[in-house]
Design a protein around this ligand. Structure first.
Ligand code: SF4
Length: 192
């Protein structure tokens, strides 16, 4: 019988290649969408829709954890580390990965992993280390793969599937960082 795996999914485009590769290895994959870091709410809903479209095209089930989304609570929890992406992101990864491990254990999956391991923009080694530490508790195996090797193929396939591709990581801080240069230009023009 195929081994079951719960794949934490950060967004639609990032899960295409991890799901493809895990299936090639014989895993029965279920996605888990638990991302309170995606802000504001309209963006969360847009990425949720994008994942639903990927799931429909690739025929996999998704467990939606919409109850975890609470921007006020998330911003309060991250307060004090918001200006330090390493600390802020470490908190952001750990909450989502801890929830994924707990969900995989509660539902009796053989293993868990995350589509965060596909992104070139995330702290890959830290994510892998956190998952390995969770798996060391002995309840659910962690399947580590360096999905970044499929980076371009994932982009090409998401475009061919017409899936929304977001322009920033997720939290409002990352959105501000993404567009900071535009604001700086306006500010310096006004200073002249
Ligand atoms: S930049 Fe991305 S990983 Fe870091 S805290 Fe924001 S949403 Fe999370």
């Amino acid at each position: 019988m195929a081994k079951t795996i719960l794949l934490h999914v950060c967004c639609g485009p990032c899960c295409i290649m991890p799901i493809t590769r895990l299936r090639e290895e014989g895993y029965a994959v279920t996605a888990y969408f638990m991302n309170p870091n995606i802000q504001p709410l309209a963006e969360y809903l847009r990425r949720r829709e994008a994942l639903a479209a990927v799931a429909e095209q690739m025929h996999f089930a998704v467990i939606w954890d919409d109850k975890a989304w609470n921007m006020t609570r998330w911003l309060a929890d991250v307060a004090g580390r918001q200006d330090s992406p390493p600390a802020r992101c470490a908190y952001c990864y750990s909450t989502r990965l801890d929830a994924s491990y707990a969900k995989a254990q509660a539902l009796g999956f053989d293993a868990f992993s995350s589509s965060l391991l596909y992104s070139k923009y995330q702290q890959h080694e830290g994510i892998a280390a956190h998952c390995a530490a969770l798996a060391a508790q002995g309840k659910v195996d962690f399947v580590y793969r360096d999905f970044r090797t499929d980076w371009q193929e994932g982009i090409d396939r998401s475009r061919a599937m017409e899936i929304y591709r977001q322009p920033y990581c997720g939290c409002v801080y990352s959105e501000a960082e993404r567009y900071a240069k535009k604001l700086l230009k306006l500010q310096s023009a006004q200073a002249e």
